[in-house]
Design a protein around this ligand. Structure first.
Ligand code: FMN
Length: 352
């Protein structure tokens, strides 16, 4: 850890969580705009960390920044310069929308967790597409969703429109059917709904000039049948992967006093309390979806042990959001250094 982060963290953590996020993102945005500075701070990628999740798609390492941090593609090059092997921007909806009213993001430091009900606040597909034009050096995922005001019957159209506008810039794309903050969105995980959605996206992709991998992002609340249903759809449409998992609406087992948790209100819980369930979902998925289907393990990764455990459970790639908030800007590099050492000693065992 650097001395400046030791000073900055308490100051940032004294602010409202979303305000602190905006300040951090603002700094990263400045770095994003300065290629020379980015080159100066970017780590030399250790070749042992290199991964090729899909043929011809090479990431410098398997640790990515999860969706939601850089929703509007303002700072992805700076985030890659911190060490992340890939950055997933979004969730992006076809049209801009403000999201839910503030406050809508809260820290639970005793649990190293966050609660958010942002509600897909984003600048819309057109504005994000403009930012993705031109040369890029970072591997990039694009995560799409439906607008808050769009009725569920119009959801397919929303996903297809956002996907068509943004897929040309993506190394992979993610269909977010698991945010708890857009009413009804999670119902799209049900087999019939999911088939209709995926069919339309596959049809749009078949007509596109650039056809990046298509992944589904699922909720940790899915039970065994739900996971089986998702796996069947992935197989039926030969999708390239699954991102597991999004945040949880559960609040069980928290150290934070119940009164404080209640005051946060509704929203998705992320960070350490999500770790065990996200791992279970990953194992369950890997049993049903052997490689080469790619599984991106996300949810509660805070330490190197968490990351390694996810790889051993069958993840090809891993992502984090909350661990980065608590760990700070040097956190990705510290984890990757340990990963390089471990990979030189042994390959991940297959635990699931
Ligand atoms: C503030 C916040 C905003 C998020 N926004 C999105 C989003 O827009 N789309 C999405 O697919 N996931 C979103 N997520 C979920 C994360 O991508 C990730 O799946 C989840 O937080 C679990 O990982 P973590 O425990 O490492 O944070 C968000 C998470 C947080 C904390």
């Amino acid at each position: 850890m650097t001395w400046w982060w030791d000073l900055a963290k308490p100051a940032l953590f004294a602010l409202d969580a979303e305000r602190a996020h905006e300040i951090g993102l603002g700094v990263l945005e400045s770095v994003h705009a300065m290629p020379a500075l980015r080159r100066a701070i970017a780590p030399a990628h250790d070749p042992i960390l290199r991964v090729e999740p899909w043929p011809g798609v090479v990431f410098p390492n398997p640790l990515g920044l999860a969706a939601g941090f850089d929703k509007n593609a303002r700072a992805f090059e700076a985030l890659a310069a911190l060490g992340f092997g890939f950055v997933e921007v979004g969730t992006v909806t076809p049209l801009p929308q403000p999201g839910n009213s503030r406050p809508r993001m809260f820290r639970l430091p005793a649990d190293r967790a966050l609660v958010n009900r942002l509600g897909f606040n984003n600048d819309g597909a057109e504005a994000v597409a403009q930012r993705l034009r031109g040369p890029r050096s970072a591997a990039l995922g694009v995560n799409v969703g439906k607008g808050m005001a769009t009725p569920l019957e119009g959801a397919v159209d929303d996903y297809v429109r956002a996907w068509q506008r943004l897929a040309p810039f993506a190394d992979y794309t993610v269909v977010n059917v698991s945010s708890p903050n857009t009413p009804g969105l999670r119902s799209l995980q049900a087999r019939g709904e999911l088939e209709r959605l995926v069919e339309a996206l596959c049809a749009a992709r078949a007509k596109a000039a650039h056809r990046p991998p298509l992944l589904l992002k699922i909720a940790p609340e899915l039970d065994e049948d739900g996971i089986a249903g998702v796996a069947d759809v992935v197989k039926a449409f030969a999708l390239e992967g699954v991102v597991a998992t999004n945040t949880t609406v559960g609040r069980a087992g928290l150290r934070t006093p119940a009164g404080i948790v209640e005051r946060c209100g509704a929203g998705g819980l992320s960070g350490a309390p999500l770790r065990a369930r996200a791992l279970e979902v990953l194992c369950e998925l890997r049993l049903r979806l052997p490689r080469p289907t790619v599984i991106v393990g996300v949810g509660g990764i805070a330490t190197f042990a968490d990351l390694w455990e996810r790889l051993e459970a069958g993840a090809d790639l891993v992502q984090a959001y909350t661990g980065f908030i608590y760990g700070g800007p040097m956190w990705p590099r510290a984890l990757l250094r340990e990963l390089a050492v471990r990979l030189r000693a042994q390959a991940p065992a297959a635990l699931c």
